[in-house]
Design a protein around this ligand. Structure first.
Ligand code: PLP
Length: 379
């Protein structure tokens, strides 16, 4: 679409040119990494190099990183097989009420199978305290799943302290972290997570959709979710998605090499928030976001789905919450106990290092026009 003004980088990102080039190259080298002849061995060598690159950016050993098809698969694998691995400990899981659907729906499915799940409630800023988690742990707790960065508020959850609290309660409890929105956005934190299992996803960092990875800490004997030909050291079967893997590594290398990307992203978010407040005095900031690329705002009393549609008609893309909700009110903002008019008008804005001031100005003007032309439930 021409003249697309895109402020929804937490939903997905454009595929980086480096990733497209790497993908095309890998499509030419179409060998199967499991084949024994040289053409196949070359494909396997390339997958190894790409794994090394992603592992280096993540801060783990390549032997701890397993490619998956997406973040959702990583979350499912970690939680479903994590509780299975720890089944002798008991059937209690702790997570937060603000996780992505990939975690929440998996937990709900496990509840139907007899597990008991404690959902920690966030405060008004969308954060969960380590003390809350510590108080929820029980002798029968098998697994804790806590995201690093909330995809709707941009709040960073205190995962390192929470992992410490869990391990000092009982080192056998598995700690899983969904770091899909934190990967390449919180580099220092990622190395210190202290988690046993960590999920990341390619399409949030300039790779195409259809690729992700699960970090499995050395020594954690997580059973596979996808069984078959024994690829990925027998832990994730399925012929390696060589082109997506190549693109993932290229996107990660290019992203990591751009050392000023986080400052640029933070600066454009700050500029945009200032512009929006100037253009719309009634606008409230729900969360300015701890990470550079996400914030949440609200136009109290307006219907955010309608605002999103009106902006979309002008080529301006924002989100009324996670793209996965499809019109349902955001469970994240609801869990934060926001007043109803704030909930109704909640919008998520998310940024890239390449977002521009001109785009921000267009967003502010379009949002002001939308607010002028739409009714609110408040007068
Ligand atoms: N976890 C979080 C926090 C996310 O934001 C997303 C995607 O929006 C996912 C998991 C799912 O990742 P994927 O789209 O790769 O399945």
């Amino acid at each position: 679409m021409d003249n697309l003004i895109y402020f929804d980088y937490a939903a997905t990102t454009p595929v980086r040119s480096e990733a497209i080039a790497a993908m095309l190259d890998a499509l030419g080298q179409f060998g199967n990494p499991s084949s024994r002849y040289e053409f196949g061995r070359e494909a396997a060598r390339r997958v190894k190099e790409h794994r090394d690159a992603v592992a280096e950016a993540f801060g783990c050993s390549p032997s701890e990183l397993f490619f998956t098809s997406c973040g959702t698969e990583g979350d499912n694998w970690a939680i479903r097989r994590g509780v299975e691995l720890n089944r002798r400990r008991g059937k209690h899981i702790v997570t937060t009420a603000i996780e992505h659907a990939a975690v929440l729906e998996t937990c709900k499915e496990l509840e139907r199978q007899g597990y008991e799940v404690t959902y920690l409630k966030p405060d008004r800023a969308g954060r969960v305290a380590p003390e809350q988690l510590a108080a929820a742990l029980r002798p029968d707790t098998a697994l804790v799943s806590m995201m690093l960065v909330n995809n709707e508020t941009g709040a960073i959850l205190p995962v390192p302290d929470c992992a410490k609290a869990v391990k000092s309660f009982n080192p056998a409890i598995l700690f899983h972290c969904d770091a899909v929105q934190g990967f390449l956005k919180t580099p220092e934190l990622l190395a210190k997570l202290g988690a046993d299992l960590v999920t990341i996803s390619g399409h949030k960092v300039g790779a195409p959709k259809g690729i992700g990875a699960l970090y499995i800490k050395k020594g954690v004997r997580l059973p596979p979710l996808v069984t078959g030909g024994g690829q990925e050291e027998g832990l994730r079967s399925g012929t390696e998605a060589t082109a997506q893997i190549a693109a993932f590594a290229a996107a990660v290398r290019a992203g990591a090499a751009d050392s000023a990307r986080l400052e640029r992203t933070a600066a454009i978010k700050e500029y945009t928030l200032a512009k929006l407040k100037e253009a719309l005095p009634k606008l409230e900031v729900i969360s300015a976001g701890d990470v550079p690329h996400i914030c949440a705002i609200t136009l109290p009393g307006y219907k955010s789905e309608v605002v999103v549609r009106v902006l979309g008609d002008r080529g301006v893309c924002v989100s009324s919450g996670s793209a996965c909700h499809k019109g349902r009110p955001s469970h994240v903002f609801a869990a934060m106990n926001l007043p109803k008019p704030w909930l109704d008008g909640a919008l998520r804005l998310s940024f890239s290092p390449d977002s521009t001031r001109e785009e921000a100005d267009t967003l502010a003007a379009a949002l002001r026009d939308a607010a002028d032309s739409l009714f609110t439930t408040l007068s």
